[in-house]
Design a protein around this ligand. Structure first.
Ligand SMILES: N[C@@H](CCC(=O)N[C@@H](CS)C(=O)NCC(=O)O)C(=O)O
Length: 266
């Protein structure tokens, strides 16, 4: 039996749901409300001491880290293989999936700067301090504190935008020779990035790739046309979520786009 501890809009959880959908695997979902702090519940932290989603439980065995979970699912369940057959193909795939972890950090940075900052600024300074204080990892805690204080001016934001710029350039290069990152076949290299792009789109940043990285723009449209997109992502993010994002995204969109343009020009 497969059980997934996840959250509706969380990009890492959505990344695992895409693999489950692509492979047609049934699972029992346990939905956490990250805004409410369900990830810090002592029972959940016994499964995932980092207090993050996703966590997979397969016949009682606990597996954390979204990239690890996706590979585990592909290795464990034969139908619809998402890893290349050759060692070289798998090495190329790992080049992309390893990179996803740094890109996830960058996604987290812009999400904190645009969305979570907007939400937390409506709370009292004490409530904000309490929110940082619950983050177990000191580096992550410090990053949150800095970004909430400085918003899109925080140094983390330019670092994140620079990572996106490099990613778009490299993806555009890879996609010049086929519809998917490794060529003709959709693999974990593609599946792992879809929810990240969707988050960037919800944060109002899609012009960062639609203006200048046509290969990436076409790739994302192909990803969205796959049935797994709605099963794993679209159906979890309804109009209320879109409205919630828009409320905080629209006022800072010019500033966010300017931050990206700045790193592109550098
Ligand atoms: N490296 C981890 C990162 C997991 C992670 O940071 N998950 C986010 C959602 S995408 C989370 O649970 N955040 C909760 C919080 O920051 O309190 C993975 O890939 O599984």
């Amino acid at each position: 039996m497969l059980e997934l501890y996840h959250a509706d809009t969380a990009v890492c959880a959505a990344k695992v749901r895409v693999v489950l959908a692509e492979k047609g695997l049934a699972y029992t979902g346990h939905m956490l409300d990250l805004g409410r702090g369900d990830q810090f519940a002592p029972d959940y932290m016994k499964l995932n001491p980092n207090a993050v989603v996703p966590t997979l439980v397969h016949d009682g065995a606990v597996i954390t880290e979204s990239t690890v979970i996706c590979e585990y699912l592909d290795e464990s369940f034969a139908p619809v293989p998402l890893r290349p057959q050759t060692p070289l193909g798998r090495a190329r795939m790992h080049g992309w999936t390893k990179r996803e972890d740094t890109i996830h950090d960058a996604i987290n940075t812009v999400t904190v700067a645009i969305l979570f900052r907007g939400e937390l600024m409506l709370k009292t300074p004490e409530e904000r301090q309490a929110r940082y204080g619950r983050i177990p990892d000191p580096a992550r805690r410090e990053k949150w504190r800095n970004i909430i204080e400085q918003g899109l001016e925080a140094r983390y934001v330019d670092e994140a935008m620079a990572r996106f710029a490099r990613l778009f350039r490299d993806m555009n290069g890879a996609l010049a020779t086929g519809p998917w990152l490794l060529g003709e076949t959709f693999t974990l290299a593609d599946s792992g990035l879809i929810s990240f792009f969707y988050r960037l789109e919800m944060l109002g940043l899609s012009r960062c790739w639609t203006d200048g990285f046509q290969g990436v723009a076409d790739w994302f449209e192909r990803c969205k046309a796959r049935p797994s997109f709605n099963t794993a992502i679209g159906q979890f993010i309804g109009p209320d979520k879109h409205a919630h994002y828009a409320r905080f995204v629209e006022p800072v969109r010019p500033q966010a786009e300017a931050a990206f343009s700045r790193v592109m020009a550098a």
